[in-house]
Design a protein around this ligand. Structure first.
Ligand code: OAD
Length: 251
């Protein structure tokens, strides 16, 4: 049973504005692979071969199939107690925003309302040439399928290496980091920009940083509190300590 210091519970319960940033680690206990852990995706696959525009131009079938496999893994997964604890945190707090680098929609499925998706969503596809989201296309069996408007190939609506983040989402994320007084970093290695800079934006605005991660990260030296435990244990414990009587699914 993880111990939550009284000062931490008071800090969260008394926050005027909470911003949370999540990474792949928050979904690890749902059975979704992280990227940089010992058995993470980037230990088995080269991102240059599956997560860049150049890779798609070189071998669109390989890239499409790689995301199709991940889509299956994600479809079979369920949100866990950590995702639900963040829903309860949103319900209890005065102001809340959840910024995620994940493309798995677990936070949305759990019920988070104010969700900012920085890296897109694997459940959507868009036109490679025109960059517009496409909802329906002809099932000709061709892989990847073609855009019904312009005939170019469809691709997952996710951010690849070397691409810009969706400008609105990034603006909202920076604003949330700058206005919060408590910033909670959960399950991210903090190695990929611009998400990695968000806790430092919050620090500059004098927010207290809390980290939920079994491992230390570049933000660790700057945190007020670190919970070195899996998100599925730490987040329900944190919410229950901040707001005794919280009703937590799975926690
Ligand atoms: P990483 O795989 O880089 O980091 C996952 C972090 O989660 C590590 O710090 C782990 O220690 C931590 N972790 C593992 N299990 C955990 C658990 N049960 N509870 C809490 N933390 C746990 O994933 P991200 O930081 O999300 O981008 O990676 C950032 C971006 O790099 C991704 O969005 C993706 C990737 O390349 C793109 O694809 C553009």
């Amino acid at each position: 049973m993880i111990h939550i210091p009284a000062g931490l519970a008071d800090l969260v319960a008394g926050a005027k504005s909470i911003a949370a940033l999540t990474g792949a680690g928050v979904s690890a206990e749902s059975g979704i692979s992280t990227f940089r852990d010992a058995h993470g995706l980037w230990s088995r696959f080269n991102p240059d071969e599956v997560a860049t525009r150049e890779a798609f131009l070189r071998d669109p079938v390989k890239v499409w199939d790689w995301y199709a496999e991940r889509r299956v893994q994600i479809a079979l997964a369920e949100p866990h107690a950590g995702h639900y604890a963040l829903v309860e945190m949103e319900r209890r707090s005065r102001e809340f925003a959840l910024v995620t680098q994940n493309i798995d929609e677990m936070h949305r499925r759990a019920g988070t309302k104010r969700l900012i998706e920085l890296h897109g969503s694997i459940s959507r596809v868009k036109c490679f040439d025109e960059d517009v989201v496409v909802d329906e296309w002809d099932a000709t069996g061709e892989v990847p399928p073609r855009c019904p408007q312009c005939g170019s190939r469809l691709r997952p609506d996710v951010v690849w290496f070397g691409e810009s983040l969706p400008i609105d989402a990034l603006g909202e994320a920076i604003a949330a980091a700058q206005r919060c007084d408590v910033f909670i970093s959960v399950g991210t290695s903090g190695l990929v920009e611009p998400a990695a800079s968000l806790p430092f934006e919050a620090l500059r605005a004098r927010a207290a940083i809390i980290e939920v991660n079994p491992e230390e990260t570049p933000v660790s030296p700057f945190v007020r509190y670190a919970l070195r435990a899996p998100a599925g244990e730490a987040l329900p414990a944190l919410v229950r300590a901040a707001w005794p009587g919280s009703e937590l699914i799975g926690g």
